[in-house]
Design a protein around this ligand. Sequence first.
Ligand SMILES: Nc1ncnc2c1ncn2[C@@H]1O[C@H](COP(=O)(O)OP(=O)(O)OP(=O)(O)O)[C@@H](O)[C@H]1O
Ligand SMILES: [Mg+2]
Length: 245
Amino acid sequence: MSPGAGPCVIAVAARKGGVGKTTVACGLASVLAAAGRRVLVVDLDPQSNAAYVLGVDPTLAGTAAWLTGATPEFQVAADNLMVLAGGPELVDRTVQRLDPHDLHAVATETAADVIVCDCPPGDEHLERLAIRAAQVALIVTDAHPLAVKGAGRVIEDLEADRRKGHRTPARTALVLSKVDTRRSMDRGLDAHLQETWGTLPRLTVRQDVDVAQATAAGVPIMRSAPNSRGAQDLQAIVRWINGEA
Ligand SMILES: Nc1ncnc2c1ncn2[C@@H]1O[C@H](COP(=O)(O)OP(=O)(O)OP(=O)(O)O)[C@@H](O)[C@H]1O
Ligand SMILES: [Mg+2]
């Protein structure tokens, strides 16, 4: 991330639901904010889960207003950590008809060092808005074969975008999420991903009860459990994003 070059946009995506996108997005945002970066979380989920997880009001005007030129509420979740809530307006026609590069256009005008986009499951249009704006794409999967298939769809779309000359993220990595090596499926995940997409870096967030509790309580991880395993894994991902690992 280079200071002064406009916000670094990070898209956290996975076509599959429930794999840990919001946990990774909010966790990274908390780590970056605790390190002194000015962070904006853009919740792209109609369910507004990122807003819940970061303990702000999920019902206030947020991402949809920001994208359509209305007046959003930039809510403060912690020092340096702002949130635009998701909400059902994200599936309204006005948002669904936006050009895929519109989030990029608004992001460049925004006073933040880092913008973390939490993509929803399934909605390719909302995911594309984030991916086309991103310098960094993190594709999250757990060990379930359907999650790996979902990650594959995101990767295929990225490759198609690249072939067609669209704006694509400079760096892409897979995030292996909720990893518990006591489970045989989880033990085989890293090797499987290496075999399938060997050129993509692989980063890991282990299964961690502190992470689950922080998300349920609506408290950013660096405030609730800064020394937890999950926080350490998220800090390692931030080092990769910063080009330090
Ligand atoms: N590393 C982890 N350790 C323990 N629990 C986790 C971890 N990551 C995610 N979880 C739990 O898994 C569940 C799903 O996580 P999360 O909401 O982040 O997934 P998601 O991909 O954003 O889901 P959705 O597709 O609904 O947006 C949550 O209950 C969360 O607390
Ligand atoms: Mg989510």
